[in-house]
Ligand binder design. Structure first.
Ligand SMILES: Cc1cc2nc3c(=O)[nH]c(=O)nc-3n(C[C@H](O)[C@H](O)[C@H](O)COP(=O)(O)O)c2cc1C
Length: 233
């Protein structure tokens, strides 16, 4: 197989096969491997090659402390201090898709609609970043806050991290649950004042027996998403 065929096969398998991973083996991820993942991901394009991203890769005790404090604050309903603007509530098709993935995950995990304890347990798992052995906090240079392009570049590098990790047998879930309480993450990860927190990515070895890891999320169709202009047919 020529190089091009090999690349096509790898990209195809990645595109079709990658899923968010929400159940991990306890096994640690070596720093050298995480460096490989970041090295590959940092080949991502960015506006004017500005590469506004930075990474705080957290494991061990600091990560355990983030999980514990995140959980405590969420149980005590401490308001989130996330550093990016999100939507309060989605409506219409966006809400439908949000409900759709929740139904798929709850179905796989056997969580009934009215089973409050199990639902709460699932949410808390999220705030613990699904107990992944490591977490990559993606930040960007605070001086760029206010432009849309730096968060766009962070999105590109986050996807590249997930894909690079998958190519090495690692699984990830990009998540905003883990950075709900930014002071906690700032303190434990030692995030510099000139950085703003964009997102975090839980990373580790997928637990193949964890039911939610098998969920293949749905996508809208190409015809719903794309408008082709100027084509003959
Ligand atoms: C910006 C962003 C934030 C996300 N936050 C969470 C989260 O807090 N918790 C979670 O379980 N998944 C989170 N996800 C994962 C999405 O739910 C997931 O990517 C989507 O449902 C598609 O599924 P797939 O990644 O398996 O294809 C997030 C993804 C992105 C891109």
């Amino acid at each position: 197989m020529g190089d091009r065929d090999a690349i096509a096969a790898a990209v195809h398998h990645l595109g079709i096969g990658r899923r968010s991973i929400r159940g991990y083996k306890r096994e640690a991820v070596p720093q050298a491997l995480l460096r490989d993942v970041l090295g590959l991901a940092m080949r991502s394009p960015s506006s004017l090659n500005t590469q506004p991203w930075n990474f705080y890769v957290v494991t061990g005790e600091p990560l355990e402390r983030i999980r514990a404090e995140n959980t405590r604050r969420n149980l005590e309903r401490v308001p989130s201090t996330r550093e990016f603007r999100g939507m309060e509530n989605y409506e219409g098709v966006h809400r439908d898709r949000q409900v759709g993935i929740a139904k798929q995950l709850f179905g796989a995990m056997d969580i009934a609609r009215d089973d409050k304890p199990k639902r709460i347990d699932w949410v808390l798992r999220g705030f613990r970043q699904f107990d992944a052995p490591a977490c990559i906090v993606v930040t960007y240079d605070r001086i760029l806050v206010g432009s849309d392009i730096a968060p766009f570049d962070c999105g590109a590098v986050a996807t590249a991290i997930v894909n690079a990790a998958w190519s090495k047998g690692l699984g990830c879930v990009i998540n905003s649950q883990g950075i709900m309480h930014s002071e906690v993450v700032r303190e434990e990860a030692g995030i510099a004042d000139d950085q703003t927190i964009m997102i975090c990515i839980a990373i580790g070895w997928p637990d193949e027996s964890f039911p939610a890891n098998g969920v293949v999320s749905t996508r809208k169709t190409i015809d719903e998403a794309a408008t082709f202009v100027g084509f003959e047919a």
